[in-house]
Ligand binder design. Sequence first.
Ligand SMILES: Nc1ncnc2c1ncn2[C@@H]1O[C@H](COP(=O)(O)OP(=O)(O)O)[C@@H](O)[C@H]1O
Ligand SMILES: O=C(O)C1=C[C@@H](OP(=O)(O)O)[C@@H](O)[C@H](O)C1
Ligand SMILES: [Mg+2]
Length: 189
Amino acid sequence: MDTEPLSLSKSEIEAIARRIKRPIVLVGLMGVGKSTVGRKLANMLSLDFVDTDHEIEQAAAMTIPEMFEQFGEAYFRDGERRVLARLMEEHHGVIATGGGAFVNDETREQILANGIAVWIDCDIDTLVQRTARKDSRPLLKDGDPKEILSRLHDERAPFYSQAPIRVASADGPHHDTALAIIEAIDRWL
Ligand SMILES: Nc1ncnc2c1ncn2[C@@H]1O[C@H](COP(=O)(O)OP(=O)(O)O)[C@@H](O)[C@H]1O
Ligand SMILES: O=C(O)C1=C[C@@H](OP(=O)(O)O)[C@@H](O)[C@H](O)C1
Ligand SMILES: [Mg+2]
């Protein structure tokens, strides 16, 4: 039984899902919840879910840390741009991007033109705690994660803020942030 509190009924969520005609594309810094909240969001809306980082790893047959290590960030960014273009053409339901994807002009223009971009935003201290749980983010390895995340926030906020929808990542169940996204999309549609 689903015991999570809902401020929208199942049938209300279904009605909103029927009005969503474009992929929901989640953007924002590392740790805001694009991958985990995205999966939950897709599940709640009965839409399919893809994650660009996962797709890049599949295509390259190696992990992101391995890719950065062996070929450098530029190689990863090129793969990221190409994978995003393919995923946008495939008409998925929910797409979680990697934190740097929306900074690329071509990628951002394609997402803004053909998707529903949602910026998930969160305070830096929470992101430091969340990203410390996993060793999979090469950009956070060379220095103090708080300084790096703060710098990336300042550099990327002008891009993220071009997304028409902005939602705060609540520090509770993923369900709550997913629901906040559904409510924000409902208001925006
Ligand atoms: N809204 C949230 N509330 C609590 N924990 C969260 C939330 N969003 C993400 N997390 C946790 O933070 C970590 C990073 O989340 P993830 O979805 O991988 O972020 P991203 O893909 O944006 O880098 C994971 O451990 C995840 O469970
Ligand atoms: O912000 C970034 O530049 C990156 C974010 C990561 O994804 P998440 O945002 O899902 O952690 C991943 O794409 C790569 O490590 C680079
Ligand atoms: Mg992710």
